[in-house]
Design a protein around this ligand. Structure first.
Ligand SMILES: [Zn+2]
Length: 301
């Protein structure tokens, strides 16, 4: 059996999947304090309790923020900064006496949806997180693409493609650049764009609901959002040519995206517009994708 752990800023979630991908056990604890060593102990505790519950030693996969630097073996780019600069993989492997597979949480989302989720059976899958941040992960034949810097799929800090005059130079991003995809497509930025236009404050999913209910300003904001998302994803399609793109994160609940964005990306993808086979899909496993994808980092167990 396989254990998946989702190491989040506020909670550590763990589950056990059996050979067929059926969930056998699940456990959730608050992420302790701010000290790195406490996080390590908490992860080991969750693994120990799950293995006791199923009565066997399991493979271990971990979804975590940021990435394990291929150059140093240390965690980098994590928003829960207590992890940055620490050799989490080596520390866990030493304590557990076995290999531990670790991937960025967006990569685990993509692995989950490609393994037994919305994109099961698809060879090349791009998983997109649209939430407070914008991230992504690439899965090829069930395996996450990690890459030379362990940043494969991190499209949120690419510039928005084909910017209109009104979109240049674009908003400043915390990464130090301007006009990053994340500064156009994150939930908080959609909320800001709508507020600037309509003088009302609605969260992203509320804008989508209002548009469905006939609110013209909400529909206009959503259409602009869909066009930006279509341009951003067309850039991915031209490079990766994925069979499926699966949306995750809070904004994946905006149902209009799944019809409208593929209609719009026909204008931008370098292929015959009437024969674009890439599917845009809602997630199947929702909030469980991180922890399930972590378990699926061991597909062969
Ligand atoms: Zn940026």
């Amino acid at each position: 059996m396989r254990i998946g752990i989702d190491l989040g800023g506020t909670k550590i979630e763990g589950l056990v999947l059996d050979k067929g991908g059926v969930e056998r056990e699940r456990l959730r604890i608050p992420t302790p304090g701010t000290v790195y060593e406490d996080a390590v102990e908490a992860i080991l505790d969750v693994i120990g309790r799950l293995e006791s519950a199923v009565g066997q030693r399991c493979t271990v996969g971990i979804a975590h923020p940021g990435a394990v630097s291929p150059a140093t073996g240390l965690i980098k780019n994590a928003n829960s900064t207590r992890l940055n600069g620490h050799p989490l993989k080596a520390d866990l492997e030493r304590r557990l006496g076995r290999e531990v597979r670790m991937e960025n949480d967006a990569n685990c989302f993509a692995v989950s949806e490609a393994s037994d989720g919305a994109a099961a059976g698809c060879g090349i899958v791009f998983g997109v997180i649209l939430g407070t941040g914008v991230g992504g992960g690439v899965v090829i034949d069930g395996r996450p693409l990690t890459g030379a810097q362990a940043i494969a799929g991190e499209w949120g800090h690419n510039p928005l493609p084909l910017p209109r005059d009104s979109e240049r130079p674009g908003p400043r991003c915390y990464c130090g650049r301007t006009g990053c995809i994340e500064t156009w497509l994150s939930g908080p930025r959609l909320q800001e764009q709508f507020e600037a236009k309509a003088g009302r404050s609605l969260r992203a999913t509320e804008i989508a609901e209002a548009a469905l209910a006939g609110d013209i300003e909400a529909a206009e904001s959503l259409e602009v959002y869909c066009d930006r998302l279509a341009r951003a994803l067309a850039g991915i399609i031209n490079i990766l040519d994925p069979h499926a793109i699966v949306l995750g994160g809070g904004l994946s609940k905006m149902t209009q995206l799944y019809d409208r964005v593929p209609e719009l990306w026909k204008r931008y993808v370098f292929s015959e517009p009437e024969h674009i086979a890439t599917k845009l899909l809602p997630p199947r496993h929702g909030d469980s994708s991180g922890v399930r994808g972590a378990a699926w980092l061991w597909p062969e167990s």
